[in-house]
Design a protein around this ligand. Structure first.
Ligand SMILES: CC(C)(COP(=O)(O)OP(=O)(O)OC[C@H]1O[C@@H](n2cnc3c(N)ncnc32)[C@H](O)[C@@H]1OP(=O)(O)O)[C@@H](O)C(=O)NCCC(=O)NCCS
Length: 191
């Protein structure tokens, strides 16, 4: 079973490890060139400095995280979508599920334009792009851009996303309540 979650900066070390562990071919497909660990560290540092410009999702099996989705905001307010799945877990519907989650989030949060860079011979991502109605166009030098003007969510999509985000917030509130309980039940008060 595959589960997907939106996450925050606290899991960023796992995202970094995932990117560094991609095969060379997958790094080229994901970034358009063979990115080094140093460049990945720079990307991660930029995410730490500008957390509000980045949204992250991960997919996990029962015991391990196996794929990541990333939306990054540009200065012109368009967002770049990127996705990557561990080699051993590809072709199991995970990339597709992550893209669906990201697009649902985008619709609900009034993100109006999303695009993704695809290298020319990456047929899988081009297939997924067109499956999600991102229109691809050539950019030359073996690259394509797949872009989508994000439509308004349907009533059902909006409610689904509302419910999902409300559940996330209630989970966070549960954690805070536990902290508060611990604070009052295990105090180190002066005698
Ligand atoms: C691209 C990537 C994220 C896809 O993830 P995935 O989990 O393997 O993809 P899925 O299993 O969800 O979907 C694969 C789809 O491609 C189709 N496919 C498989 N091989 C194909 C091929 N040679 N040509 C066209 N379509 C193909 C599958 O049939 C499936 O489509 P379907 O759901 O309509 O049946 C993954 O391959 C990856 O991490 N690649 C390296 C990083 C990358 O390229 N990222 C994209 C650029 S940001």
């Amino acid at each position: 079973m595959i589960y997907t979650y939106r996450t925050n900066i606290y899991k960023i070390h796992d995202y970094s490890r995932h990117l560094k562990n991609l095969t060379d071919d997958d790094k080229i497909s994901r970034f358009g060139y063979l990115i080094t660990d140093y460049m990945i560290d720079k990307l991660i540092l930029d995410m730490c400095y500008h957390p509000s410009e980045h949204e992250l999702w991960y997919a996990r099996t029962d015991d391990t995280r196996v794929g990541w989705g990333h939306l990054a905001r540009n200065p012109d307010n368009s967002w770049e979508l990127a996705v990557s799945v561990d080699r051993d877990h590809q072709r199991q519907g995970i990339g597709n599920k992550l893209i669906s989650e990201m697009l649902e989030f985008a619709k609900f949060h009034h993100i109006s334009e999303i695009y993704m860079h695809c290298i020319e011979d990456n047929r899988v991502i081009q297939h997924l792009a067109s499956k999600h109605e991102l229109k691809t166009r050539e950019r030359g030098a073996g690259e394509r851009t797949a872009a989508l003007e994000v439509p308004e969510p349907t009533f059902i999509e909006a409610n689904k996303q509302l419910w999902k985000e409300q559940t996330e917030i209630l989970k966070e509130m549960g954690k805070l309540r536990n902290r508060l309980t611990n604070l009052w039940t295990n105090p180190m008060l002066p005698k």
